[in-house]
Ligand binder design. Structure first.
Ligand code: NDP
Length: 294
């Protein structure tokens, strides 16, 4: 029997907790957390993500500041906006929607953010803190995966974890988080030898490759907990399309102990964690003990 980990329901709980903390911040400290979202260009997927982020920010009781810039925005113009947002006291978190147009160096923009306002956790100072055990901002998708794992498994100490994918936004920070939770971590990628065997040794398997249903049933250790980060749109045969993960969900049934579905697994956790990080940023910037809010 394989448990379906309901990320949609868990994300709703996270958002409700954040909304409660926002009320407490307002009532006890006179602070309304603010999140600035910057979108350059008109990439349709990015527009959808940004709309959802803005909507959920407002629903959580926070201020949402939207900056939509044309596709021919220069790097200097974007850096000037970053400077303004860094200096704006109403803005606690800044999110720059990636990818940026090719004339802009994404790293230069992200590293121009005030580290404390980098709610995506991509600033080099936050990456360093994540790997060295310091207090920083943690990237939203891996943080959401960790919350789901801890909710399902409790203490992760001693578990063998395999992270499939080594991107800077998912794979590497996921591995750092699992290491910090005392897992024994393997990071696998496109050059990994004996990939199926490596996967089948893992108590925790996090798949973040962007390859539809690549992970087969016999790649999964019986009883393992599987977190499927992949979001892939495939033809469904009737002229329509549907979303699938990086794991063959049907094949995992009866083998995995638990698995996140796609959609409805990791996806909803990403924005919930963005809101969580924005409250964290507001608390740190104002010297508020977050634990005292709940
Ligand atoms: P990237 O393309 O940046 O990285 C993919 C990783 O997978 C790379 O490290 C690559 O290895 C590895 N890889 C690719 N093909 C194979 C293969 N055949 N065998 C083994 N490893 C392989 O992707 P992201 O990390 O940005 O995203 C991964 C997936 O997660 C995507 O489907 C994306 O849509 C989804 N996603 C979902 C989010 C959510 O909110 N749920 C948020 C972010 C991403 P190498 O480094 O060797 O090239």
């Amino acid at each position: 029997m394989t448990t379906r980990i309901d990320g949609k329901a868990f994300a709703a709980q996270v958002r409700a907790r954040v909304a409660g903390e926002v009320v407490a911040l307002q009532e006890r400290h006179g602070i309304t957390p603010g999140l600035a979202v910057v979108l350059v260009g008109e990439d349709p997927a990015s527009q959808v993500y940004v709309r959802n982020k803005e909507k959920q920010t407002v629903e959580a009781g926070m201020q949402s500041f939207e900056h939509k810039l044309s596709v021919d925005t220069t790097q200097d113009q974007l850096l000037a906006l970053m400077d303004d947002l860094n200096n704006d006291g109403a803005v606690n978190g800044i999110l720059v929607q990636l990818p940026l147009p090719s004339q802009i160096d994404s790293d230069a923009v992200i590293n121009a953010l005030q580290r404390e306002k980098d709610v995506d956790g991509f600033h080099i100072g936050n990456v360093g803190r994540l790997w060295t055990g310091g207090e920083g901002m943690v990237p939203c998708t891996p943080l959401g995966c960790l919350m789901l794992l801890q909710d399902h498994l409790g203490d992760l100490t001693g578990k063998r974890a395999l992270v499939l994918g080594r991107s800077n936004i998912v794979g590497k920070p996921m591995a750092a988080l699992l290491l910090a939770q005392h897992c024994t971590v393997t990071i696998a990628h496109s050059r990994t030898a004996d990939l199926a065997v490596r996967c089948s040794e893992a108590d925790i398997l996090v798949a973040a490759v962007g390859r539809p249903e690549m992970v087969k049933g016999d790649w999964i250790k019986p009883g393992a907990t599987v977190i499927d980060v992949g979001i892939n749109r495939v033809e469904s045969g009737d002229g329509k399309t549907r979303l699938v993960g990086d794991v063959n969900f049907e094949a995992a049934q009866g083998v995995a102990g638990a698995i996140t579905p796609v959609p409805g697994g990791v996806g909803p956790m990403t924005i919930a964690c963005l809101l969580h990080n924005t409250v964290e940023a507001a608390c740190r910037q104002n010297g508020v003990d977050r634990a005292s809010l709940s």
